[in-house]
Design a protein around this ligand. Sequence first.
Ligand code: C2E
Ligand code: MG
Ligand code: MG
Length: 697
Amino acid sequence: MLSVDAEKSAPGMISIAGEAETIVEHMLNGMTYCRMLFEDGQPRDFIYLYTNPAFESLTGLSGVIGKRVTDVIPDIHESNPLLFEIFGRVARGGEPEAFETHVEALGMWFSVTVYSPRPEHFVAVFDVITERKRAERELLLANERLLLAQRTAGAGVWDWDILKGTLTWSDELTHLFGLNPATAVATFDTWRNVVHPDDVQRAEEVIMASLRDHAPLFNEYRIVLPTGAVRWIDAFGDATYDADGNVQRMIGICIDVTERKKAEAQIEFLAHHDHLTQLPNRFVAMERLKMAMAYADRAHENVALLFLDLDRFKPINDSLGHTVGDLLLVEVARRLQACLRETDTVSRQGGDEFLVILTHIHDLAAVTGSAAKIVAALAAPYEIDGHVLEATVSVGLAIYPNDAREPETLMQRADTAMYHAKDSGGNDYTFFSEQMNAAVALAHAIRGELRQALAEGEFELHFQPQHDLASGRVVGAEALLRWHSPRRGLVLPGEFISIAEDCGLIVPIGDWVLQEACRQAVRWQQAGLPELTVAVNLSAIQLRRGNLQQSVVRALGAAGLAPALLELELTESILIMEAENALEAVRNLKSLGIRFAIDDFGTGYSSLAYLKRFPIDRLKIAQTFVKDMDTNPEDAAIVHGIIQMARALKLKTLAEGIETEDTIEHLRLHHCDEAQGDHFSKPLPAEEFTHYLLAAA
Ligand code: C2E
Ligand code: MG
Ligand code: MG
C-alpha cells in the first residue's frame, strides 16, 4: 500500500519512501497527490502536493507542485465542475471513485481513480484515454448512421447464428414482411411463409450457394404480404468464418425494391414498345426476326415478312389533326393484332408503317391468306372521333430464306414490294420479285445520274406538231423531254420523270424545260415561221414544291415570249390532288394570258366539277381511246362523248396518238378540233421540227 507522509517534507512538498517511491516513479499511469481547498464548504480548488513523472509526460504540465489547479488551468472550475464535485466528495472522506472526464483546456480524455489517504486530501491515478474515446465515438456515430440509413432505406437487419441455428431480425424487417411485431417470431419457417411460393426454393438455393462458395449473399425474391400484395425484396448478407473456414454466422439486410422493379419494368417496356400503339418497336421486331430466322433454319420452315404502309394516312393526319391520326393508328394496330396468331409479331416501325412477321410458314398459300386478311381488315371503314374514315394499306412481302438471308436485306425487299403495291394503287399486297430489285437498283442509279445531267447539259427538247384538223395547219408544238445519257443513250421521259419527281429534281428540270421551250418558240418567231403555241408538261411536284408562277413568268420574260403562246399541260390527277395549290397558281397565270390544257383526258377522274373550277382552254383526249377508236366502238363512244362535252363547255379538243388517216377522218366527222400523233410526225429535235414547219407551210 502506498503511504504518503506529507508532514515530513517542507510545506507544499512531500516525499515518498522506499520501494513505493520506485513503483510510483516508474508506473505508466499518471498520479497526483493534492489538497482540496473548500470555500463556504464547497470544493473550490486544489493544490498539487506531488506528481509522478508520468503525470508530466501524459498531461504535458510541468512545475505544478505547490500551485493551485486554477493557476495551472484557469477555467477548469467552469469547464469541469464535476471534477471538483467528485474530488471534493472523496477528499471529505468518501469512498474511492472511478470516472472518466474530458479536460477541454488539454483537449484530452482521462480515466481517473481517486481515493483519500487523509482528510481534505486525495490521490488521483489516471490514464489518458483520448484515442479510445475517439474510436468509441466514431463507432457510435457509425452505428447511428447505419441505423439511420437502414431506417431511411427501409432496410431490415437479420442475424443468423448458424452454429446455434437461431435467427433474429430487426423491427424494420418485421415491418417489411408485413408481420405483426407482437406475435412474429424470427424463424426460417416464418421467412418461408412470407416468401412467394414460386420463389422459396430458388431463394434457399441462393443462400446455400453463398455459404458453400464463401461468397457474399445477394438474393432477390418476391414476398406476399398478408394483404395479398406482392413486393420485391433484395437481400444482402455476409458470413463470418472461424480459423478453419467453418461458417459461424451470417448477417445482412433486406430492402424493399418494389418501386425500383416497377420503374425498371416501365423503362424496359418503353425501350421495347411503341408508346402510341403499345406494339413492340422496330428494335424488338428486328430481334424477333432474327430469332424466327434461326428457328426456321432448324425446322426447315419459312418466315414471311410483311411491310405495311397506310395509303392515305398523311391527308387524314393533315386535315383532321394528329389526335385523329393517332387514334387511327391505334385502331390499325388493334386490327392487325386481331388478324394474327400468338406466334406472329406485329410491330410499328414509325409513322404509318408497320411490320408483321409470320412464323412457321410451310406454304405460300398461308402467307397469301394472311396478307389478304390484313388488307381486308384494314380496308373496312374506321369510326374515329365522329369521323368515318377510309384508310387502306399497301403490303409488301418478302420470304426468308427465298428472297434474302440477311434480316436487313429481307426488310429492304419487303419495303420494295410495298412500294410496288402502292404504285399499283394500294389496298393490296405484293410479293417481292427479283425484277423489282433490279428496278430499284436502276432507279437508284438513275437518281444519281440525273443530278449530273442538268449541269452537264444532257437534256434536250423534242417537239411534236399539233395540227388543226379543219385547215391541216400546224398550230402548236408539244415540248417533250429527252435525256442523252452518256451511259444509257437516249432515255425517254417514262424512264426518268417519276424518279426525278421522287427526289424533287423535277423542279429544276421542269424550270429548264419551261425556259428552253419559250426560247425555242421565240427562235421560230424570229425565223419568220407561222405563229404557233408551245405546250409544256407540268408535274404535280412543280405545283407542290416549286414556285411555279415565278418560274413561268421568268421563263417568258427571259425569252421574250408572249404569254398567249405558252400552253401548260396539267393532268386530271394534279387538279384533283393538288386542288388547293393548283387553283391559285392556275388562275394567276391564266390572268396573264397563259393557256391551259388537260393532258390524257379520260384516263383519270374526268370530273366535271374541276372543269368548271379551273379556267381550262383545251382537253387532250388520251391516246388509249384514240388509238383503238376505229376498231373498238366503246373507245369511239368515249371519244365522241368527250368531244360533245367539251363543245358544251366551250373547250377545244385535241386527240393524241393519231397513227392512221382513218382516225383523222373519224375525228373530223365528230368535230374534234386538233390532233397530234406519229401519223403527222414523231416528236422531233428543234431543227428538224423547223424543216417540218417549212414543209407543212
Ligand atoms: P404526254 O404528255 O401524253 O406526251 C405524249 C406522249 O405520247 C409522248 O411520249 C409522245 O412521244 C407519245 N406519242 C405521240 N404520238 C404518238 C403516237 O402516235 N403513238 C404512240 N404510241 N405514242 C405517241 P414521250 O415523249 O415518251 O413522253 C411521255 C410522257 O412523259 C408525256 O406524255 C408526259 O406526260 C411526260 N413528259 C414528257 N416531257 C415532259 C416534261 O418536260 N415534263 C414533264 N413533267 N413530263 C414530261
Ligand atoms: Mg403532254
Ligand atoms: Mg398526253
